[in-house]
Design a protein around this ligand. Structure first.
Ligand code: ATP
Ligand code: MG
Length: 415
């Protein structure tokens, strides 16, 4: 498989003033089209170091893609560095000159020498025109046929140039016929090690699709990556493996690809015409925020109460004062009464409640920071879950929210 390297150019990148979003975008586009990325680099606007890096990359790879430093100003040196690395001179490109002249005539601004300089491209290069700015991109060539493609740094100029021109050029130059198709299976309530235990043998036996397990946000994803010539072939490769994995992870896979826990829940509850209400203490409305982030959430979500103070738990949700006095706000008894109370007040089919010690202060030996109680009330009764979570206040709150939504999904996915 052909391979290339990506060099993001800009001193701001090295000073930590700019987050490089171009490299992941380019790398993703190349990977999905069957072009290996051997390495990625970030360099400052320094002509000598840049040309040295390009030469070194060409020693290892079939080509280099740079982004940034193509503009008309003195600090934009990418074109010069590419010429140095390849031993080429620049020459005037008439098509670029005309388009720059048109841009200036249209805007009424005066053209400067440094703008004219933008019409110079390395000898023998292929033009990548810039529909969204003045700096053109190009593909220049080394004597041995290896390439250096230069893209602008501004993301909204870079992306269309890559998508609409450079990828097509690479595809024909390297006869790239395979695409990578990705399928993501989202799980909840199962640890990474348990997933590994259940599907680990497939990792070794499968070269295509490749399998990866990614843990994040207090739950795990299983990713299948198939290399195939078209969508049909990709589906044939992914389908049987996906079925096998879903069967082995029965009861834990809640969705695929762009689906989220909340989008699946809203969809499922709307489908069976059931409604959800919330009583949130330690999660402070985070579960409501997740549910309402889904378009059409009103079909399933009635509303919620952020019942932070005991008075709100008692007066708004009807939690008996005696329970609060006897067991404390963070208890199985109180979270049960919160779920029952909000279900009754809002008239929902299902109600979810949270209470806990988010920290960093307020923990005791009996009720340490990270202790969270969840309750789910429905016609079937009340189900509770005790969690002992780790991490900062923010992590505890978000982990409690994800786990609560997971409890809701687990209980009702078979509806
Ligand atoms: P211009 O013609 O605007 O000068 P250029 O090709 O010379 O374009 P740069 O000067 O390197 O590009 O960068 C211009 C701006 O584009 C940066 O200030 C930054 O906002 C954005 N940019 C550049 N490189 C990146 C990158 N790798 N990731 C995200 N944004 C970037
Ligand atoms: Mg610039």
């Amino acid at each position: 498989m052909p391979c290339c390297e990506i060099i993001a150019v800009g001193t701001e990148l090295l000073l930590g003033q700019l987050t490089d979003t171009n490299t992941p975008y380019i790398a993703g586009a190349l990977a999905s089209r069957g072009m290996d990325v051997y390495a990625t680099h970030a360099l400052g606007d320094n002509r000598a170091r840049l040309s040295e890096a390009i030469r070194a990359a060409l020693g290892r790879s079939d080509g280099v893609i740079t982004c940034g430093g193509l503009g008309p100003t003195i600090d934009d040196v990418t074109k010069e560095a590419i010429c140095d690395a390849l031993g080429l001179e620049c020459e005037l490109n008439d098509a670029v000159m005309q388009s720059i002249e048109r841009i200036f005539a249209g805007s009424g601004r005066q053209m400067r020498d440094n703008n004219r300089k933008q019409a110079d491209l390395p000898q023998g290069s292929v033009l990548l025109s810039n529909a969204h700015g003045t700096a053109p991109g190009f593909v220049a060539f080394a004597r041995d046929g290896k390439f250096v493609a230069a893209l602008p740094g501004v993301p909204h100029e870079m992306r269309p140039m890559l998508d609409e021109q450079l990828l097509a050029w690479l595809r024909s130059r390297f006869s790239l016929t395979s695409f990578i198709t990705t399928r993501v299976l989202h799980t909840i309530g199962i640890a990474e090690s348990e997933i590994d235990h259940r599907i680990g043998d497939l990792f070794a036996s499968q070269a295509n699709p490749k399998i990866a397990v990614l843990a994040h946000d207090f739950r795990c994803d299983v990713k299948l990556m198939a290399k195939a010539r078209d969508a049909h072939e990709a589906a044939a490769l992914i389908g049987p493996l996906e079925q096998d994995i879903v069967a082995r992870l029965e009861g834990y896979v809640f969705g695929t690809d762009d689906e989220t826990l909340e989008s699946v829940l809203v969809g499922r509850f709307a489908e069976v015409r059931r409604t959800i209400a919330l009583a949130e203490s330690c999660t402070g409305g985070r579960i409501a925020a997740r549910l309402t982030s889904v378009p059409g959430a009103s079909a399933a979500f009635l509303g919620g109460v952020v019942a932070y103070d005991n008075a709100v738990k008692a007066e708004t949700l009807g939690v008996p004062a005696q329970l609060l006095a006897d067991f404390g706000a963070v208890s199985c008894e109180v979270v049960t009464a919160m779920a029952q109370g909000v279900r009754k007040r809002l008239g929902s089919d299902v109600a979810l409640a949270t209470t806990g010690v988010a920290g960093p202060q307020g923990g005791t030996a009996e009720k340490p920071v990270g202790l969270v109680w969840l309750a789910l009330a429905s016609d079937a009764g009340v189900q509770t879950q005790r969690l002992q979570l780790k991490g900062s206040r923010e992590l505890i709150q978000s982990r409690a929210s994800v786990t609560a939504l997971g409890l809701l999904w687990k209980t009702f996915y078979a509806m």
